[in-house]
Design a protein around this ligand. Sequence first.
Ligand code: PGA
Length: 243
Amino acid sequence: MASKYCVANWKMNFNGQQGKEFVSLLNSKDLNNGQSQIILCPSFTSLFSMVEASSNSAISVGAQNMHFEDSGPYTGEVSAQMLNETDVKFVILGHSERRHVFGETDDMIHAKMVQSIKSGLTPILCIGENLDERESGNTNQVLRSQLEAGLADVNGEYIIAYEPVWAIGTGKSATSEMVAETHASIRNILAELNVSENVSLLYGGSVSPQNTAELAAVENVDGFLIGGASLDVEKFYSIYSDL
Ligand code: PGA
């Protein structure tokens, strides 16, 4: 059975103090309520304080990105070894904003997958089609090529998040029918790539307390990757409770 995850992608929001306040509010709630593991992904500068604030709790912490090299002349970048120093266990890789705003290619994301696993981190690999690709009937082909590239010769633990680009931050989540169909296709592709059924497959894209009860009931949905709604502790907790 795949494990379930409720992952907050805070993007470039919240400073360290706000992150710690969120952890303290969340920790005051019953975190045995849902069946999923909570992972909060703040900005790099908050990682140390967030790991400290959430120690001895049901909350884990992850980073939003990392570089694929060990070290070197990469101004502004953070390596996996530096993430290890903060004691985070997870890292989001290949988020659509990294792909589309910062120009990350499948090759770079693959190199990050290899490096993160080598460094003992569990990557959350994001994949997803844009609106043109969906409307022209190419969704499965796009997802297949992102999976083939991202997972080539990758052995170890990882999580996959399906996030249709057109659903991210738009308030227009994919319908439960679309998620059911697409997650089933992704499972088929993963089976062809000899990826275990135990690899968790999350959905992301305008997840909110209004749609999580329905989406959580969809087969092959092993949790959520949440942007906007994860900035509000009540909304995040409500989503967690639906899983
Ligand atoms: P959203 O973002 O929930 O605000 O749509 C999801 C994501 O980017 O991971």
